[in-house]
Design a protein around this ligand. Structure first.
Ligand code: PRX
Length: 633
């Protein structure tokens, strides 16, 4: 957690570039304030107008927001639409079928170009294949794929037939995949033989096989496999099918399934402060509206833009700003299979120049690691690349430190591109607090002001507003269309986690601390107020890692805390009381390595503790998160 003094100390102000402001979707602070006032004066009218203007509806909605069953809100409920129609068909019908939808760059640098017409046909073929395999509206499909056009195709194909997708990030273990397959009751699983990352082929199908072998997912009738590498895999003829063979056999047109606006578009698991990860359920209409609207407002999207979001489709950022937002507005985007450091740490800058990227959206961890790489090796410095195509930069997933911000602004943006520090969450569906590139003067490290229609506030533990300059709890005071609808299968947990009684039961509790600047009113996020860690922008629950460790036969008890880290924001530190004697030297290293591998197997490599303290005898103080453990030795 940051200190308030350090936050309020920052006074550098960067006004929006005049040229960008002149032509922006929201041009100048007065235009921003007009929209904010419109939302305040007529909340339903404001959201209804945006929904009608931004999306194409099969059947119009008669009511905007229904609060009668709060906090289970519904939006545009009797309206009907289809997300894939909005992302694909309507652009083709408008004569933009030849526009490039995706510039895919593989790990090895090979580029494939996919137009809207191509993408629509690929989605239709795959949607038909799903239907032929009996997958229908309301069914759940788990997708465990690498960053690929096929990933986007699989998600859009689900949306086309009204199936609800649940993506599992390719870095999760068989056990995590299994939990999610069982959790959502999947009828089909889409995976790949292997994934390519940093020049290495990593298994996916064999992990999927392992997950299915754990039992309890007999409802999974089809395992559809994208052939990425041609690597050797086990084949189960009863259920395994090649994606390309299925698609080849199908027609390239497919009537979309028109669904109600509240129909669940997807379920995405994320870590909470207690227990198992939560299946965050999103709607079709409200989610898609906000994904598209924020493309226009936050990223000031224009038809000439080449947009690049470096997130993985396995996280919410990839859902909103790869699969849905950029396609809903008919944009051209870069999709990258690999990692920023392969074959060298200048890869991002090289790709920006090569694809003439205009809007670049990445995470502070990536920026910090590339700053370090450039400091060590001049050859990968951004100054060696022509980055003049850029006009807007974005940051997401974790706090960006002012030094990282200034480097990004100066060295990547050439001191002419606004940086949008976008604060949001898996649960919020899209940006909530963010500067607008043609309106908001920027302050390094601050996500500035809520987007129009988003009623963000900082309150105390009883739900009362706190004065500016005083830290407090970040809440959203009114429902918004893209908010999660529930936690899959656990409505009570939805209510108690996000609308706690202590705050009056009506405020959405984000789980972050925040402070507002007394002069500008700008928000700065102080960090999580619960036991959720943010490691390289990945959200991890301490309890989840503790339970994984406690399940190991050597472990009597475990406690996990986050330690600040220069590059990754936080790292995971585990304090473990072993059942046997406290190990020394080599033996301690061996056990720590075994426990690290164990966590990797139980959850996934992203959750591996960086260091272990096996000399711990009492975890009371660690558990209270009152110390970094140095006094427990
Ligand atoms: O703590 C906040 C942090 O990431 C959390 C949400 O994580 P997740 O659901 O995985 O979504 C990440 C991508 C949207 C938040 O509760 N966070 C996200 N963006 C920022 C941030 N912290 C500070 N500044 C941000 N811009």
């Amino acid at each position: 957690m940051k200190s308030i003094e350090s936050v309020l100390h920052e006074h550098r102000l960067f006004p929006p570039p005049a040229e960008l402001a002149a032509d922006a979707a929201i041009s100048g602070m007065d235009a921003y304030k007009t929209l904010v006032a419109e939302a305040e004066a007529d909340y339903n009218g404001f959201w209804g107008r945006l929904a009608r203007e931004t999306l194409t509806w099969k059947a119009p909605f008669s009511k905007v927001l229904d609060e009668s069953n709060a906090p289970f809100y519904t939006w545009f409920e009797d309206g009907e639409l289809n997300a894939s129609y909005n992302c694909l068909d309507r652009h083709v019908e408008a004569g933009n079928g030849d526009r490039v939808a995706i510039l895919f760059e593989a790990d090895d640098g090979t580029v494939a170009t996919v137009t809207y017409q191509d993408l629509l046909q690929r989605v239709c073929r795959f949607a038909n294949a799903f239907r032929r395999r009996g997958v229908k509206k309301g069914d759940r499909v788990v997708i465990y794929l690498p960053m690929s056009v096929e990933g986007v195709v699989a998600m859009q194909a689900c949306a086309r037939i009204g199936a609800t997708h649940s993506i599992v990030f390719g870095g999760f273990s068989a056990k995590s995949l299994h939990e999610r397959l069982v959790g959502v009751g999947a009828v089909a699983l889409v995976t790949a033989d292997e994934q390519m990352r940093g020049g290495k082929a990593l298994p996916l199908k064999s992990i999927a096989d392992e997950a299915l072998a754990l039992g309890g997912c007999e409802a999974v009738k089809s395992v559809i496999v994208y052939q990425r590498t041609g690597g050797k895999i086990q084949w189960n003829a009863d259920r395994d099918l090649w994606m390309h063979e299925l698609a080849q056999a199908e027609a390239s047109t497919c009537e979309p399934e028109w669904v109600g606006a509240e129909h669940p578009l997807f379920i995405l698991y994320t870590s909470g402060s207690t227990g198992k990860p939560k299946g965050v359920q999103h709607s079709t209409g409200g989610f898609l509206l906000w994904a598209a609207q924020t493309m226009k407002w936050t990223f000031d999207w224009k038809p000439t833009d080449v947009f690049w979001c470096t997130a993985d489709i396995g996280w919410i950022t990839g859902h909103s700003y790869i699969t849905y937002g950029p396609l809903a507005v008919g944009g051209t985007q870069v999709l990258f299979e690999g990692v920023p450091t392969y074959p060298h740490a200048g890869r991002f800058w090289d790709m920006i120049a090569k694809h003439q990227v205009t809007v670049f959206y990445t995470a502070p961890t990536a920026i910090r690691s590339l700053i370090k790489a450039a400091a060590v090796d001049e050859k990968v410095s951004p100054s060696n690349y022509d980055l003049s195509s850029l006009r807007i930069l974005g940051s997401v997933g974790e706090p960006i430190n002012p030094e990282g911000w200034m480097w990004y602004y100066t060295n990547i943006g050439g001191a002419r591109c606004p940086i949008l520090d976008t604060w949001w969450q898996t649960e919020t569906g899209g940006h909530m607090i963010s500067p607008l590139p043609g309106a908001t003067p920027l302050v390094p490290g601050s996500c500035t002001l809520p987007l129009p229609g988003i009623m963000a506030a900082v309150v105390d533990e009883t739900g009362q507003d706190v004065p500016a300059g005083q830290g407090g709890i970040l809440v959203i005071k009114r429902p918004w269309p893209a908010m999660l609808r529930t936690i899959w299968g656990d409505p009570e947990r939805y209510q108690s986690s996000y609308f706690p009684e202590e705050l009056g039961g009506k405020l959405y509790l984000a789980g972050d601390g925040a402070v507002r600047d007394p002069v500008t009113g700008y928000f700065t996020i102080m960090g999580r107020i619960d036991d959720v860690l943010n490691v390289s922008g990945h959200r991890l629950g301490t309890m989840e890692i503790e339970s994984a460790l406690a399940a190991n036969a050597l472990v009597a008890e475990a406690a996990v805390v986050g330690r600040p880290d220069e590059i990754t924001g936080e790292t995971v530190i585990a304090f473990v009381v072993l059942k046997g004697a406290r190990p020394e030297g080599e033996e301690a290293v061996k056990i720590a390595n075994a426990l690290r591998a164990w966590v990797s197997k139980e959850i996934g490599p992203i959750a591996k503790p960086r260091t272990f303290d096996l000399a711990t005898t009492c975890l009371r103080r660690v558990r209270a998160r009152s110390c970094a453990g140095c006094c427990v030795r």
